[in-house]
Design a protein around this ligand. Structure first.
Ligand SMILES: [Zn+2]
Length: 1226
């Protein structure tokens, strides 16, 4: 069969009997058939006999190159003789039964279906129609129909729909005829216009006459009619018809009957079909209401619970779960408003900005009182009022299960920048130099002459002093105070070039051993010794004390509050008083005086955490300004984090986790009496925390820097719903979380649900765990965040999102991130976090320590770039090597070093970016030869935290202006986006003085992909991807932008070149990367994205990422810069290009043929349980007025061709993503 050529040559002699008969038939075709019906009858009868008896005959008729099918079809068309027609239909039936794939294709391509329909119509004109003929025609149509995409339209236009439906109506007892008719009806109904038309003709009611309760008889009939019903009910008009006919309860009753009686599971197909009917009916609101009213939730919950144990019934359970989730009444989040619990009064509000819109705030501003008294406005409008009073059809099917994800995987080409003008460097002169001149003070190194500086130091061999003073051309004479008194740390060397503007208020001289503090410490009663891990040195109890006074908040502190400025001892009372009770915190309980008034001690982490200092941290916190005026310090930030010595594997996901979580959620509705619904923490209540410890509930807290828990509700004894606070001055953006838990029971499994997540998918579904920090562990010598949690999954829930928070999209839901965990210590205080926290105060501490530890040969300057809206300073660092001497050569070399410009943490929720930055800073300040060489090669300008306010206040993405700062680079507002405005100004200053940086890189974190990777900008790659005209193909662009990521992929184990992209997207046109590339003209302008999850390639494959790996990444970035330098003679530009091309291993032309793939936001394959993702009705689909089309079409032969509706998959929600707000991670 697969060798048609052989067959035609050998197997089919042209004079075979079949060929002879076909030739005779061909002669008769036309008038002959009518004139000599007897002859036609005989020939067809003989041919049929031959085909039925000799296997080779059908091969001969159907073999390629013969015209057998044409002859048969044309004779069928020309005859009116019923016996002849029946003969031919039987012949066709025989022919198409075997090897049907290709043969049916031939039949369809030769116009066979049209011939069949014509016979059907003419037979229908007889009364009564010939039953045998109808049977045969329908059987054939059922066989070939699925292969003919146009059959639906043809049938409608010829009027065949009504023929079939009438035939069914009249032959309900005639099983033999009924079956093929139903099969054809099923084919017809796949076309949406047909479905509506058939519905108008009573097809729904008709199907319900055939679909029956459980029976062993006629199951194939029931199966086909259920299938037809599924197809019919995809139409909303039909779904409405079914609801109005009270068929929802019928469907439920039928399903239950089959569920109960089909004990051997032989008819799961029918059961699944009935569920599919319910699924389609509940796509409309009316259907969901009817379903709930008919007790559908309970029926499906109970029946699927009974199916859970049988794995083969999973499709039933999943289908039930989908329906239940869809019908689960949508709720509002239990909040008074989704606007952030805290509001920050801005001095300047743009009338068009988000804050003005959200708070109806006129540009002039308003008082807090006015704001509070405003009624809850549309921001919380989340009623499920989408769709379905309309009569128009909006039928789309929802069974592509990852519907939501597909929306996100929008066609990549749509976001590619296609405007060639926007891809060329911007020629507009940025700003006049007079305006930029003020930024000179941030580049003291360009004018410094080091005349008063003593280069002789114990650690560096002193170069010969140059005899002559050097005159270095500078735009401005140095003011005398450029070289000011050295800081306390380096008095002896008089080394550090002092900043020209005030440094950060780090007050480094104040930390350490504050006398008053000591005094108070000694006044503490009953100190206690805590066990120490061997790796730590002796504890210095004095270091632990925190001042007992001066809390700006006078409210009494609950005992569970974390470390306070006013006294860490409080907590220890509880811990010590517990007398050890199974806890791991060593000797605290037994030996001493009952622990009364015990003082917490922590290990000295100085050796392991050289940049950490507990007292200094507290000092830093005091200078940090938060909107809620936090006075507490979280233990993890206070004690610090020492990365565990082991690696943490990606969590393997257990089968069925999501389903069982969803069932527990549904159970809340089924058994509401089992739900506690007890609010245990609520920022919106003045008396928060709401409850005093009653031992029955966990205690929560997040009133500390970067904390953001808004509300905690106890659902069951060991289960809590948690709600995250929105970014300040915003009504959404939640993903980052950081909160404290205490009052736990040891060894009990607790379930936590964060119920207002926004992204449609998460790495929590792909192996990522949350992080937990145990204070008991910390004081036992293991101060660290560890990956924690089992039964983790992330899924869409029944809490509706306000369309105002979704950018106008209606019908959106929140997502739940759920995890379970147990606690191993009694009286512990534990913290949970989305990713390793890194606070603004930590940054200040680290910078202060780095400065204190600075080696004399390092040039480090810390400036304050500007103040943020919230009154915090934005640090700006300059790091390079001191010149070897103040000789003119050395000074000249010093000043001419190329700039490297780095920034991080514009997105506060991306703490990984800070850890990478910490790695970079530590490397740069290190004593290695590599670091020294690197410092001598470049001048580093670094803004380590572009959004301090966001970090301090626990935001996920925005600054206090309620905006994403990484979308403001094109036109930053000096009042609203000061850090961006001034950082851009620094770059503009450099560009103006012809010193634009060699590399610009902004560090970010990525929540939906693994590994570390970069986004860069390439004109050519963008053009290739966007398929703009070939006219641009001769554009010149060198490949310099590829060198750095290429080097990184070679040296940094977490880095993946495959994930890099160099395409310029429209949605990113106002990001740092694109603006610095286009406006400042930096070819190597990057975003570096680090995963929050882990790696799926390289040395760390299969592991979650930790701070060690992140810091290593930051160090490797430096090494890569050095390699970039080494491989290129930086003074010879052409040479550089050649070398980089060599490095890339290809000439531009070659690379040009295979640009990097455009990388979409998410690249995880869907997993088994993906089915449950989209339990949402597609109510807000594009409306297509199919009803009108259908009624027009129901007038058979009414003229014009009605366009066939595209298949369901094609039509499914194409455009939905367009209105989705762009939330890329950069
Ligand atoms: Zn980001």
């Amino acid at each position: 069969m697969n060798k048609p050529k052989m067959a035609s040559e050998k197997g089919v002699p042209s004079n075979s009997r079949a060929q002879i008969l076909l030739a005779q038939l061909e002669k008769l075709t036309g008038d002959g058939m009518v004139r000599d019906p007897e002859m036609a009858r005989q020939i067809t009868s003989k041919l049929l006999h031959l085909i039925q008896t000799q296997e080779k005959t059908s091969k001969e008729v159907m073999s390629k190159g013969t015209s057998g099918m044409e002859v048969i079809l044309s004779s069928l068309e020309s005859t009116r003789d019923i016996p002849t027609i029946l003969n031919i239909l039987c012949i066709l039936s025989e022919l198409l039964t075997l090897g049907k794939g290709r043969r049916v294709g031939v039949f369809v391509s030769k116009g066979g279906t049209a011939v069949l329909l014509r016979i059907l119509i003419s037979a229908n004109k007889e009364f009564p129609p010939n039953e045998e003929l109808m049977l045969q025609v329908h059987s054939l149509l059922a066989k070939v129909g699925p292969k003919d995409r146009k059959l639906g339209v043809k049938a409608r236009l010829t009027g065949a729909l009504n023929v079939t439906i009438n035939l069914i109506k009249k032959n309900l007892q005639n099983v033999k005829l009924l079956l093929p008719c139903l099969q054809v009806l099923r084919v017809y109904s796949a076309n949406m216009v047909n479905a509506i038309s058939l519905g108008n003709s009573g097809a729904i009611e008709l199907m319900f006459k055939i679909v029956a309760p459980y029976s062993k008889k006629n199951t194939s009939l029931i199966k086909v009619s259920v299938d037809a019903l599924v197809a019919l009910l995809k139409s909303k008009t039909n779904a409405r018809r079914a609801v109005e006919g009270s068929y929802v309860s019928t469907l439920l009753a039928l399903y239950l009957d089959w569920h109960r009686n089909d004990t051997w599971h032989r008819h799961t197909v029918i059961r699944k079909g009935l569920l599919a009917c319910l699924r389609n009916v509940t796509n409309i609101k009316l259907g969901r209401r009817a379903f709930t009213k008919a007790d559908g939730m309970r029926i499906l919950y109970n029946s699927s619970s009974e199916c859970l144990s049988v794995r083969t019934l999973d499709p039933l359970v999943n289908a039930s779960s989908l329906i239940m989730r869809k019908c689960f009444p949508k709720n509002r989040l239990p909040l008074p408003t989704i606007k952030s619990a805290f509001h920050y009064q801005l001095e300047h509000v743009l009338a068009s900005g988000p804050v003005a819109q959200l708070y109806s705030q006129p540009p002039g501003g308003r008082t807090q009182a006015q704001l509070c008294s405003e009624p809850l406005k549309k921001v919380d409008d989340v009623v499920d009022d989408s769709d379905d009073n309309e009569d128009t059809e909006a039928d789309t099917e929802n069974d592509t299960e990852n519907e939501e994800d597909e929306k996100d995987c929008r066609s990549p080409n749509d976001d590619i920048e296609k405007d060639i003008n926007k891809l060329h460097p911007q020629k507009i002169p940025s700003r006049p130099y007079e305006e930029l001149r003020v930024y000179e003070k941030f580049f003291v190194e360009l004018s410094e002459d080091f005349q008063g500086y003593n280069f002789e130091s114990p650690t560096t061999s002193s170069p010969a002093q140059s005899a002559q003073p050097i005159v270095v051309p500078t735009p401005q004479a140095l003011s005398p105070n450029h070289v000011t008194a050295p800081t306390a740390q380096n008095v002896s060397n008089a080394s550090a070039p002092a900043p020209t503007i005030p440094p950060l208020q780090l007050e480094t001289s104040q930390f350490g051993k504050d006398f008053n503090k000591k005094e108070e410490a000694h006044n503490q009663p009953a100190e206690q010794e805590w066990s120490q891990a061997p790796e730590y040195g002796a504890l210095n109890a004095d270091e632990m004390r925190v001042k007992q006074k001066a809390s700006p908040i006078s409210a009494p502190k609950p005992t569970q509050s974390p470390l306070l400025l006013e006294g860490i001892a409080i907590r220890c009372l509880a811990a010590g008083g517990a007398g050890g009770g199974g806890s791991d915190c060593g000797s605290e309980g037994g030996e001493d005086e009952g622990g009364e008034g015990a003082v917490l001690e922590v290990p000295d982490t100085a050796q392991l955490l050289p940049l950490h200092d507990l007292d200094l941290y507290v000092e830093m916190v005091k200078g940090t300004k938060s909107v809620p005026h936090y006075t507490e310090v979280a233990y993890p930030d206070y004690f610090g984090h020492v990365a565990p010595t082991y690696r943490e594997s990606l969590l393997e996901r257990l089968y069925g986790v999501q389903r069982s979580k969803i069932f527990q959620d549904i159970e809340r509705l089924i058994h509401p009496n089992n739900i506690m619904d007890k609010v245990v923490y609520d920022l919106d209540m003045p008396s928060c925390p709401v409850i005093e410890s009653d031992g029955e509930s966990l205690r929560f807290n997040s009133k500390f820097e970067s904390g953001n828990l808004r509300k905690a509700i106890q659902i069951r004894k060991y289960e809590y719903d948690l709600i995250l606070n929105s970014d300040i001055n915003s009504n959404h953006h939640h993903q980052w979380f950081y909160f404290e838990v205490s009052g736990m029971r040891v060894g009990t499994m607790y379930r936590f649900n964060i119920i207002n997540c926004e992204k449609s998918n998460s790495q929590f579904n792909y192996g990522m765990q949350a992080l937990m920090y145990s204070v008991q562990e910390a004081i036992s010598g293991r101060p660290r965040w560890v990956r924690t949690g089992t039964d983790i999954c992330y899924y869409k829930n029944n809490f509706a999102r306000s369309s105002i928070a979704t950018g106008g999209q209606k019908g959106k839901s929140y997502y739940t991130m759920t995890f379970s965990t147990s606690f191993s210590h009694k009286d512990d205080v534990c913290y949970f976090s989305y990713h390793y926290p890194y606070t603004y105060s930590s940054l200040k501490m680290h910078l202060s320590k780095l400065e204190a530890m600075r080696a004399p040969e390092i040039y480090l300057r810390q400036d304050v770039l500007c103040e943020t809206l919230g009154g915090n300073s934005c640090p700006f660092l300059t790091i390079t090597a001191m010149p070897e001497s103040n000789s003119s050569d050395h000074i000249c070399q010093f000043r001419n070093r190329p700039f490297i410009f780095l920034s991080a943490r514009v997105h506060p929720g991306e703490t990984n970016a800070s850890w990478v930055m910490k790695g970079t800073l530590e490397f740069l300040m290190g004593t290695s030869l590599l670091a020294a060489t690197l410092r001598e090669a470049y001048i580093f300008k670094i803004v380590p935290m572009l959004n301090p306010d966001g970090v301090v206040n626990g935001n996920h993405r925005c600054s206090l202006s309620g905006e994403d700062l990484n979308r403001q680079w094109q036109n930053p507002n000096p009042e609203l986006h000061p850090t961006i405005y001034h950082t851009k100004s620094l770059l503009q200053y450099l560009a103006h003085t012809q010193r634009a940086p060699l590399v610009f890189c902004d560090y970010h974190g990525h929540s939906r992909k693994k590994n570390v990777f970069m986004y860069g900008c390439s004109l050519k790659e963008t053009i290739w991807q966007s398929n703009i005209s070939a006219a641009s193909s001769d554009l010149q662009e060198d490949l310099a932008y590829r060198a750095l990521p290429k080097i990184l992929s070679q040296i940094a184990p977490a880095f993946s070149m495959a994930s890099c992209s160099f395409v310029v997207e429209r949605s990113k046109e106002s990001t740092a990367r694109v603006v610095v590339w286009r406006e400042i003209g930096v070819q190597r302008s990057y975003t570096m994205e680090s995963t929050v999850c882990g790696c799926d390639q390289g040395k760390y494959k299969g592991f979650q990422i930790g701070t060690r790996e992140l810091e290593e990444m930051g160090a490797q970035f430096c090494v890569a810069l050095l390699r970039l330098k080494r491989m290129t003679g930086l003074h010879n530009h052409q040479h550089l290009l050649d070398l980089e091309s060599d490095l890339i291993g290809a000439q531009p032309k070659v690379v040009s043929s295979c640009p990097t793939t455009y990388v979409m936001d998410e690249d995880e394959p869907s997993f088994l349980e993906a089915v449950d993702y989209s339990a949402e009705s597609n109510d807000d689909d594009t409306e297509v007025d199919l009803e009108a089309v259908a009624s027009a079409a129901s007038v058979a032969g009414a003229g014009g061709e009605v366009p066939d509706r595209p298949s369901d998959a094609e039509s499914n929600n194409h455009d939905a993503w367009k209105s989705e707000p762009v939330t890329g991670s950069q």
